[in-house]
Ligand binder design. Sequence first.
Ligand SMILES: Nc1ncnc2c1ncn2[C@@H]1O[C@H](COP(=O)(O)OS(=O)(=O)O)[C@@H](OP(=O)(O)O)[C@H]1O
Ligand SMILES: Nc1ncnc2c1ncn2[C@@H]1O[C@H](COP(=O)(O)OP(=O)(O)O)[C@@H](O)[C@H]1O
Length: 205
Amino acid sequence: MAEQKATNVHWHEGDITREHRSRLLGHKGATLWFTGLSGSGKSTVAVELEGRLNELGVLSYRLDGDNVRLGINRNLGFSAEDRTENIRRIGEIAKLFADSGVIALSSFISPYAADRNQVRELHEAAGMDFIEVFVDCSLEAAESRDPKGLYKKARAGEIKNFTGIDDPYESPWKPEIHLHSDQQSLTEEVDMILGELRERGIINA
Ligand SMILES: Nc1ncnc2c1ncn2[C@@H]1O[C@H](COP(=O)(O)OS(=O)(=O)O)[C@@H](OP(=O)(O)O)[C@H]1O
Ligand SMILES: Nc1ncnc2c1ncn2[C@@H]1O[C@H](COP(=O)(O)OP(=O)(O)O)[C@@H](O)[C@H]1O
């Protein structure tokens, strides 16, 4: 947990609750947390899901590693400490989106189980849905896709501490959804997620 430096700060409650917002939108908010190796398909699945949710009239918003690191987290690198802080901040942001009634689609490598579990606890303590989606893909398959040419650079020693090459990735033990992006089609993956959202009563479209 990051140090609380601000003292004498107090939560200010409003009149409009999560339930009010959910009624307004016609669905609940939630955080879908995509985790997996670079090139496993986190962003591809999130983009496809966002399109399907949009067609169903469900409001979602993507939070994506590369995008967020170009903005709010531009001061963070890829050391273990910076990755932890990256995930802590995004976890808080995803929770705000979910609380607002939106389905947050967070796609970050998030290689450390403890960091992901902190985000889970943050949501569950507030009675909010946190759905961990493991985008499982062999390193061989991810590396052969190499959509941004990063594995090639990591193998050549041009990028240090690259996840899966010379930096760790801790697979989730019990993700709510376990995709196998090197064996399933994109449609199958998205259908699995939509099924879970319906089963939990987050959406009924
Ligand atoms: N050293 C190293 N290791 C892993 N990834 C790297 C690295 N350097 C740059 N990149 C690029 O940054 C993207 C991962 O950012 P994340 O915020 O998802 O990483 S983390 O969750 O903090 O570990 C990752 O995006 P994806 O390929 O979409 O996963 C890469 O584009
Ligand atoms: N079943 C699948 N699910 C997701 N991505 C797939 C699948 N099959 C092939 N791909 C390809 O794998 C690559 C995944 O890249 P990307 O989504 O950027 O991964 P990540 O966000 O995890 O780094 C894309 O080029 C995508 O088209």
